[in-house]
Design a protein around this ligand. Structure first.
Ligand SMILES: C[S@@+](CC[C@H](N)C(=O)[O-])C[C@H]1O[C@@H](n2cnc3c(N)ncnc32)[C@H](O)[C@@H]1O
Length: 283
């Protein structure tokens, strides 16, 4: 939904834009291409992704400033470039194709073997291995149930604790597969892996911070676009944007969330669950 994001951001050639989730630099490049004297501040908490984004956007380098940090650090990223407010903020939530499928050493996927890491920022915090090997069974079950919406969480948590130490992504996937039978199309470990990823990176807390801080970083007339892939994230975004609208602080630009076209989901199947919402700040 790159085109929709860009048209909702209404890029001005001399504007300053914040790409909160640089990933591999796709959106950053599309914004940079439309600038003359403007700037994109392109942020990601993943240092490896930022290196890729830098390489992929090299031809617009003079219009882009990269920053490594979380959503909670966005204010200091723009302050470091000499700004208090920006004209637009884009957040494309979740993990990138690079993290999920092109970098088995990052441990996000159970399709290839790798260390159970899952940290977007590999320089700090507990890994997924720390979580599964050193957390109490009940806490693991709660986490898989709440974040992964996995009904069979207790059985999975029990199997995990019995199989400790769990050393790799394939080892964990195998433990889950033995604990719960395959039903339907989803691999039985899908929800467990998602729950661990969300916990390791505190993604729910990070989205709360983004929705709290983001609107305050925009000038009057500035726009915020959020693309989410999980219904819980879309719901939170919807509620926050609605509250901003009711307080008279923003105008909602998407009464209903935009979804990818059939053509886009055919070209890029993981985009199938994407939902895009946007607001324009009034004050
Ligand atoms: C879906 S990808 C973005 C893809 C990007 N729009 C592109 O065009 O290549 C999401 C990115 O957001 C980053 N990310 C997720 N949560 C973050 C957070 N709380 N703070 C900073 N970056 C985050 C991830 O590391 C990942 O690289």
């Amino acid at each position: 939904m790159a085109e929709e994001s860009l048209s909702l951001l209404e890029i001005r050639p001399e504007g300053v834009y914040l790409d909160a989730t640089a990933g591999m630099g796709g959106h950053t490049a599309l914004i940079a291409q439309r600038l003359t004297t403007g700037m994109v501040i392109s942020n990601d908490r993943d240092g490896e992704s930022l290196q890729l984004a830098r390489a992929n956007t090299a031809q617009w380098a003079e219009r882009i400033r990269f920053h490594q940090g979380t959503f909670g650090q966005l204010e200091s990223a723009i302050a470091a470039e000499g700004f208090q407010k920006v004209d637009g903020l884009l957040a494309d939530l979740g993990v990138s194709r690079y993290q999920l499928t092109e970098a088995p050493q990052r441990g996000f996927s159970f399709l290839t073997d790798g260390p159970l890491d899952m940290r977007m920022d590999q320089t700090s915090g507990a890994t997924a291995a720390d979580l599964v090997n050193f957390t109490a069974e009940k806490a693991i079950a709660d986490l898989i149930f709440q974040l992964g919406e996995e009904r069979r969480a207790r059985r999975i948590a029990r199997a995990i604790v019995r199989a400790r130490p769990i050393r790799s992504t394939l080892h964990l996937a195998d433990v889950v597969l033995r604990a719960v039978p395959r039903t339907g199309r989803l691999h039985p470990a899908t929800k467990t892996f998602m729950a661990l990823r969300l916990a390791v990176n505190d993604e729910p807390g990070e989205l709360d911070r983004l929705l709290e801080i983001g609107p305050a970083l925009l000038r009057s007339g500035g726009r915020m676009v959020v693309i989410s892939f999980m219904s819980a994230d879309d719901r939170k975004t919807k509620v926050r944007f609605k509250a901003l609208g009711q307080d008279g602080r923003a105008v909602i630009l998407t009464r209903r969330p935009l979804e990818p076209s059939e053509e886009e989901t055919r070209r890029n199947p993981p985009s199938r669950s994407a939902k895009l919402r946007a607001v324009m700040m009034m004050q």
